[in-house]
Write a protein that binds this ligand. Structure first.
Ligand code: HEC
Ligand code: HEC
Length: 299
């Protein structure tokens, strides 16, 4: 009981400071540390371990973001579309926590909604909400220059650029004649993103660790998300029809680490390939930046 009061007090305090900061227009975004005590207190008694209902574990950030065996329960930036929020508000039945009433307080629900609205970020990743200009090539080029170009240049320390990937100019980085490694607007469909996050192996930079910092990875992700703009701020075109080769973990519902793949009769699927496998996906970029898979095979 003491713990519970404590976590609720913390939540109330956090909410109060959000409100105060909001007035001052310097509101930090909520990160996972804000909501973790509520989940630990009210949800983890059931949603943990092998027997977690619907496979939904809420005991750490990665499991929460993975979601249930049916679906991801948190859609970053979209509280109304997130099953977790719908359950705690009773918009989806049975209402959570299943032990309720009491259900969560209005303040606790507001915090969880706030966290999802702010992008469902992991702990420690707070950023200022102040509106910022979309990042451009000028913002990310120094990272590529210092951490990648020693190899990914016409002539690097390993000879010609590995896999033909040049990271020395905007045009070269976006080149998609062989295949696209950056899909403007879709970081998850960008093999470059997968390599720097370590979802695709070998992780980049090849000579890491150290790998890129969380801030560097987020900056590159934001840059791609907001159109992989050139130094003048012009968004790059989506290379519709270009080939891609992506690596990552296959999940239920034809998702590759959260990226929904278009899979149909034209998709060749190697026998025995299923959720949980580390796979190579070959496919093409659709006009909307989605990925139509032509072949999926274990690696
Ligand atoms: C007493 C055990 C128990 C507690 C405590 C509990 N849950 Fe659940 N939860 C369940 C069960 C059982 C189901 C499956 C119900 C169903 O058939 O939809 C479920 C389902 C869910 C789902 C639906 C998953 C999906 O894919 O549709 C979400 C989201 C969820 N719980 C979130 C929470 C949250 C958030 C809390 C804490 C605020 C919580 N639960 C507390 C037992 C519990
Ligand atoms: C020390 C040399 C080296 C450095 C530094 C390096 N790479 Fe690489 N990179 C490689 C090699 C070698 C491969 C091929 C590895 C493989 O897939 O077997 C590769 C492959 C890649 C691929 C995969 C291309 C494809 O089409 O599959 C991408 C994307 C990539 N690197 C991006 C980066 C980025 C971004 C950085 C900097 C953050 C970086 N690399 C730093 C050597 C390097």
């Amino acid at each position: 009981m003491r713990n519970r009061m404590h976590s609720i007090r913390l939540a109330a305090l956090a909410l109060a400071s959000f409100v105060a900061n909001a007035a001052a227009q310097t509101m930090p975004t909520a990160d996972f540390s804000i909501v973790q005590p509520i989940l630990a207190e009210r949800c983890v008694m059931c949603h943990a371990g092998e027997g977690a209902p619907l496979g939904l574990r809420l005991d750490d950030y990665a499991s929460l973001m993975k979601g249930s065996s049916k679906e991801p329960v948190v859609k970053a930036g979209n509280p109304a579309g997130s099953e977790l929020i719908r359950r705690i508000k009773g918009e989806s039945q049975p209402r959570m926590p299943l032990t309720g009433p009491p259900f969560l307080s209005a303040g606790e629900i507001a915090l969880l909604e706030r966290w999802v609205a702010d992008g469902a970020r992991p702990a420690g990743e707070t950023v200022e909400l102040a509106p910022q200009a979309a990042p451009t090539w000028a913002d990310v080029a120094p990272i590529f220059a210092s951490r990648c170009a020693k190899c990914h240049a016409q002539q690097g320390i390993m000879g010609p650029a590995p896999e033909g990937v040049l990271l020395t100019s905007h045009a070269d980085a976006l080149a998609a004649s062989e295949r696209a490694r950056i899909v403007p607007g879709n970081p998850d469909a960008s093999e470059l993103m997968r390599r720097i996050r370590g979802q695709a192996r070998p992780r980049m930079p090849f000579d890491g660790p150290p790998f890129l910092t969380g801030n560097e990875i987020r900056l590159i992700s934001d840059w791609i998300e907001q159109g992989a703009r050139d130094s003048q701020g012009r968004p790059a075109d989506v290379p519709a029809g270009a080939a891609v080769r992506l690596h990552g973990r296959l999940e239920a519902g034809w998702r590759l680490d959260g990226l929904g793949l278009e899979v149909g009769s034209g998709t060749r699927l190697d026998k025995g390939t299923g959720p949980g496998d580390y796979v190579e996906v070959r496919g093409t970029v659709e006009a909307d930046g989605g990925i139509r898979a032509s072949r999926i095979r274990p690696r």
